[in-house]
Write a protein that binds this ligand. Sequence first.
Ligand code: HOZ
Length: 428
Amino acid sequence: MQSKNITRSQELFQQAQSLLPGGVDSPVRAFRSVGSQPLFIDRGEGAYVYDVDGNRYLDYVLSWGPLILGHANHDISRVICTTAQKGTSFGAPIPLELELARRVMGFYPSMERVRFVNSGTEATMSAIRLARAFTHRDLIIKFEGCYHGHTDSFLVQAGSGVATLGLPDSPGVPTVTANQTLIAPFNDLDAVKAIFQSYPHQIAAIIVEPVAGNMGVVPPVEGFLEGLRGLTEEFGALLIFDEVMTGFRVHPGGAQTLYNIKPDLTTLGKVIGGGVPVGAFGGRQAIMDLIAPAGPVYQAGTFSGNPLAMAAGVETLRILENPIVWENLEARSKQLKDGVLSILRKKALNYHLQSAGTMFTLFFTENPVSNWASASLANREKYAQFFRNMLDYGVYLAPSQFEAGFLSSMHGEHEILLTLEAIEQSLV
Ligand code: HOZ
């Protein structure tokens, strides 16, 4: 398979270096860890994206998760256009906020009140402030390799681009802030218990990706999430499920429905904006009523609840309310998973495919991955080669071993077969 002509992307990336730091607006896009340079995208359609050189790729990045209905879905595009014709932002309440809130609560009944924001980072940042105010405590527990956006408190042993670039901490985060974040290995309940025993009255909350997605996909071991629920109750702390990535992705009702655990607070983003920037946090009414103006915890935003995100979100959730959409997504996810496992067996490769619902990661390691220590053993060079080979076969994966792949409802049987053929050729 010949490499594709990406001359125009290369030219644009060259220009971008003198305009944007590192040539991109978010580090995970830079392709650095896969020894390549980013493609500039012209357009998307269904399961495919087209770069500025006219190459077509089957897309498993899907804007890092939001596009569960694929690119440029007709219904979503239509509501965005009709909404935009009436105005794009008012900084005032609109009826669509209520409609999206009702739909979100329908899928996530633990969210008795919800506040819409503009990104997952904003949602987690606000949720942690709220948890601290509610408990009158300062410390939080997060897990090594989990990523909750780029707020200071969370840039400690974080996943996603932070792990990909090998930056355990970020300069610019005050030590005093980083010290308020206590770290435990994912899936290690004893470690969490030990932290609670050391600080029995100081921990405001545990924040967790209930299925980790930002060190690659790492499901919780049996009893882990139940154990976190039990410990938080025992020690008077809150349990925050960061479902920005897992929301509507591991189950329409998120990991909290899949594993039947009720968190105190939930953060959402990605899917609930239908491809337009959005975030949300919500939970028990008694906690949420502390948010201004109902209560004293300040949180605000000019574009929060803006018409375009609300309209695209309502339309997306309306479509996802049809159970057939999820059944098809699950069927295609299974087809992909079974196919990859059979290729691995045929090639006698003992790599680990890990998945949950519509999210997956092929780890280039012979050991199952249960936390960051085991994820970080994966062979990054082999992943990089695989990534480049797949691109040559027209399949666009996340440019990092430590991210998730995502399916959309537009990935049909044919697309999965194409993907499996590409994987068979690309795995060497
Ligand atoms: N939150 C995503 C990483 N897993 C992608 C967003 C970004 O960092 O650009």
